[in-house]
Design a protein around this ligand. Structure first.
Ligand code: NIG
Ligand code: FE
Length: 424
């Protein structure tokens, strides 16, 4: 039978997250769950979704591989829309320093932090970045991630930024998880540009961005807009140029200090504003009005012991919220989707339904892909997960532990849990 033809039937809960655009405010609560549901995928594309009897009517099952998902919940594959997955070296010692009381920004200001990873990433070959990237994508896939965003930003020079983006292009070729590349050259100020941040922005605009934007090597441009890193004015200048070069925009905004990053994201019509721990009420309202996705990263707040972003307020004020891991070697070294969903529900006062919307259709919207992934709708890519448990409620409830039994990408089974098959 042709590859990419698969039927998943009798799912105790078929969580469709149905929709073709970001869900805002109260819309985030509706997961559009179908009891005893089925999905028919032909040539990698969803052909029918519904109660099993209805979806399978007139379908010749002998053309398909068939998975009986009785007693199991089925959801769209997770979309992790903010990660820094390509890097050299690790910063385990920094975790210990933070436990002893040093702050993330103090470590950065004395030449550690991001710049430490920059040294290791400059030394790594492209192949080494691909090899470690493959292992990380394997781990992400085991948590049910079918599409992930990855940022450059550990080069801060032309060759290394491009090496990171090329590594992502290669990962896309080799690994079933789709990697959406973002150019984050303005992630930190390299040592030789300290005090000359404007000159560094000039360098990025003239020497690096044109290469990063060429031939789809990146789709988005992002910037760490933060006191002591890049100002509002510098961020605006960089992002306006990025837009001219055809890139879509993202910002690390209002993470540590309330600088007005949310307002800038709304002004520029960015696709997403990320972190937002310190976003003001005004900033939140502007994000909602401008349709900018508020991408929240509770793993980072947890890991840095910072207060969580105000997810409840954002949803109540009409924002579309996405959740992502922020997987990176410094502020949040985890690829665990269930941990993020547990933190979001337990500490950000949002419901499991809202959190799942934030990890699926709204994650897809944060990558400009709400029309092709992020929900189980006819015409979308056949990306889905089968859980070991009968309900989506088990995802945050089984804290930090993956409940994913199978992952299907483009109609093919690309991950299957080999150990204990029975739920314990
Ligand atoms: O999203 N805030 C800045 N950048 C990353 C951290 C990167 C790192 O520490 O290596 C973040 O948290
Ligand atoms: Fe980040």
């Amino acid at each position: 039978m042709p590859n990419g033809n698969i039927i998943i039937k009798n799912a105790s809960e078929l969580v469709t997250c149905s929709g073709f655009r970001a869900k805002c405010g109260a819309e985030m609560s509706d997961l559009r769950v179908i009891d005893s549901g089925a999905v028919v995928i032909r040539n990698g594309v969803i052909q029918a979704v519904g109660p099993s009897g209805q979806a399978l009517a007139g379908v010749d099952e002998s053309d398909f591989s068939v998975i009986d998902a009785s007693g199991k919940a089925v959801l769209p594959g997770f979309v992790d829309s903010h990660t820094h997955l390509v890097f050299g070296g690790y910063r385990a010692e920094e975790f210990g320093w933070r436990l002893r009381g040093d702050s993330y920004m103090e470590i950065m200001q004395r030449g550690g932090g991001i710049v430490n990873t920059v040294d290791a990433t400059r030394k790594a070959s492209r192949q080494q970045l691909v090899d470690s990237g493959m292992r990380r994508l394997d781990s992400m896939l085991s948590f049910g991630v079918t599409t992930v965003e990855g940022k450059s930003g550990y080069g801060l020079d032309r060759d290394t930024e491009i090496k990171q983006l090329e590594a992502m292009r290669e990962l896309n070729r080799l690994h079933p998880v789709e990697v959406v590349p973002t150019f984050l050259g303005a992630h930190a100020v390299p040592g030789d540009y300290k005090g000359r941040e404007d000159a560094f922005i000039d360098l990025l605009i003239t020497d690096v961005m044109p290469l990063a934007a060429a031939g789809g090597l990146s789709e988005f441009c992002d910037v760490f807009c933060e006191r002591g890193v890049f100002s509002i004015e510098q961020s605006r200048r960089l992002l306006l140029k990025a837009r001219e070069m055809g890139l879509k925009l993202k910002l690390h905004a209002d993470e540590i200090v309330r600088l007005g990053g949310a307002e800038l994201a709304a002004e520029l019509g960015a696709v997403s504003a990320d972190h937002l721990l310190q976003a003001s009420d005004e900033g939140i309202d502007r994000l909602a009005a401008a349709g900018v996705i508020a991408t929240l990263l509770p793993g980072t707040a947890f890991s840095l012991r910072e207060p969580y972003a105000r997810a409840r307020t954002m949803i109540d004020r009409g924002c579309a919220v996405a959740l992502a891991t922020d997987f990176n070697p410094g502020s949040c070294f985890t690829e665990s989707i269930p941990l993020i969903l547990a933190l979001a529900t337990l500490h950000m006062n949002i419901t499991t339904e809202e959190a799942i919307t934030a990890m699926t259709i709204n994650g897809a919207a944060a990558l400009n892909r709400a029309e092709t992934i992020g929900s189980l709708d006819v015409g979308k890519q056949g990306d889905l997960i089968v859980l070991e448990f009968p309900s989506y409620h088990f995802i945050p409830y089984h804290i930090g532990v993956s409940t994913v039994e199978k992952v299907i990408k483009g109609g093919r089974v690309v991950f299957e849990k080999t150990a204990a098959k029975e739920a314990i």
